[in-house]
Design a protein around this ligand. Structure first.
Ligand SMILES: Cc1cc2nc3c(=O)[nH]c(=O)nc-3n(C[C@H](O)[C@H](O)[C@H](O)COP(=O)(O)OP(=O)(O)OC[C@H]3O[C@@H](n4cnc5c(N)ncnc54)[C@H](O)[C@@H]3O)c2cc1C
Length: 401
């Protein structure tokens, strides 16, 4: 594994950092307080090409690799988690799912406008009664000739009220002996009759982001918008999560870095007992743990990105990166508040927002408990990943044009 970033990677880091630091950082507290997404965010991310960063140029993307995607997510979440959430759902969970499982016609018709940022995409798996237990989902899609009629409700959906497209998993065969095999995936255009969306208010974190619900009432979904074969919905959803979790891991790494940088600044500035608090060993211990977490989280997500670039199955490595980075970012945010004392407990500083935002990532895209179960199952050899009919294509600079 080569740890050297290319000039292109460094260019992405610089461009995304400039956008996040200059355009979003000055206003993020205001939008977090208002519990609204800053109105310019999606348009600017589209203009800068961030929404199609790792998609082939022929599908409207920027033609960069999966490491570039990770680096962009790290820079975005170093400013605010809500920016990285856009990448997780638009790119990780939806667009890369289309790249992996879509037909050539679907990639031209549905993926290309997403990669260009003309259409915003989200991912609808969770329901009011089904989260971790995906096979329990109740949404129903019934085939009637050349359409499916979709009924059901999706809950806790990032960008629900902002998106034009949703990758939705619904039950097509209620009699399948294994309920996992009764699910299918659809790309639903959200201006279709019978679709309503709304926002969820009162969240602990990601307040400058958009989280909501999508309801389907007799919504007609054309056959040509089914992704993969009937019955492949569970496998498709899990492979989308392999990509979404990668973006969450990389973003959480950026959040750890933000906690570390804020703590270093404060520890040198704040004085107690006649010296700067950074001189106290108990403060140094907290900082040392943040340094350790940042490096470990970064190496774990870069390994997963390196595997994606080579077309290697990375479900285990991505799960490990996501679990480690999100738990570590929550701990880093908690310790950053401790270092800031009472000031850290107020929104005068960013660290209280970091803590509220970090908690969400321990819940979505597989709770930490689910990732622990996965890691133990791999170690005990209770779980082995069977090859998929469609794997995520390896990055190839020539064919990515
Ligand atoms: C801010 C935010 C954004 C989100 N965005 C999206 C989105 O864009 N699209 C989408 O589809 N979903 C989204 N979600 C939903 C998220 O993926 C689910 O919340 C998550 O999968 C957990 O499901 P649940 O909340 O129903 O919890 P449950 O599955 O009900 O779990 C409750 C608790 O039980 C534990 N638990 C469950 N099963 C086990 C087990 N077998 N062993 C041990 N413990 C277990 C869990 O770890 C958890 O602690 C989002 C959630 C949040 C908070």
């Amino acid at each position: 594994m080569d740890f050297e970033l290319t000039d292109e990677h460094r260019m992405v880091q610089h461009m995304v950092r400039e956008f996040a630091q200059r355009e979003v950082a000055p206003v993020i507290k205001e939008y977090d307080r208002k519990q609204e997404m800053a109105p310019f965010v999606l348009d600017r991310m589209a203009e800068l090409g961030i929404l199609g960063i790792c998609l082939p140029v022929r599908y409207g993307g920027q033609g960069m690799d999966y490491i570039a995607l990770g680096l962009a997510c790290e820079e975005l979440e170093a400013v605010d988690t809500t920016l990285r959430v856009v990448m997780s759902v638009h790119v990780g969970l939806n667009s890369l799912g289309l790249l992996q499982w879509g037909t050539e016609e679907q990639k031209q018709r549905l993926l290309a406008p997403q990669a260009r940022g003309d259409k915003i995409a989200c991912f609808g798996l969770t329901e009011p009664g089904a989260g971790s237990d995906v096979a329990a989902l109740q949404s129903r899609a019934v085939r009637q000739g050349d359409i499916y009629v979709l009924n059901g409700e999706k809950m806790w959906i990032s960008l629900a009220s902002k998106a034009h497209h949703a990758l939705v998993v619904a039950r097509t065969d209620p009699d399948a002996p294994d309920p996992h095999d009764g699910l299918s995936a659809f790309l639903v255009e959200l201006d279709t009759p019978g679709v309503t969306t709304g926002d969820i208010h009162g969240k602990l974190g990601v307040r400058a982001g958009s989280t909501g619900w999508i309801a389907f009432q007799d919504t007609p979904v054309p056959l040509e918008n089914r992704i993969g074969e009937e019955g492949e919905g569970f496998k498709i959803a899990m492979s989308c999560l392999d990509n979404g979790r990668y973006t969450v891991a990389a973003g959480a790494t950026g959040l750890i870095r933000a906690c570390l940088e804020a703590s270093l600044r404060y520890a040198k500035d704040r004085h107690a007992f006649g010296r700067e608090i950074g001189k106290f060993q108990l403060i140094q211990q907290k900082i040392a743990y943040m340094v350790q977490s940042y490096d470990a989280a970064r190496l774990l997500y870069l390994r997963a990105g390196w595997m994606k670039n080579r077309g290697l199955r990375n479900t285990r490595e991505t799960s490990l990166a996501k679990w480690f980075a999100t738990d570590a970012s929550f701990e880093a945010a908690s310790q950053a508040i401790q270092i800031h004392g009472a000031y850290g407990y107020s929104d005068e500083y960013d660290v209280e927002r970091y803590l509220r935002n970090a908690k969400g990532a321990i819940i979505y895209e597989g709770t930490s408990e689910i990732h622990q179960l996965m890691q133990a199952a791999y170690a005990l050899e209770y779980r082995r990943d069977a090859p998929l009919r469609c794997e995520l294509p390896p990055y190839d600079a020539a064919t990515w044009q």
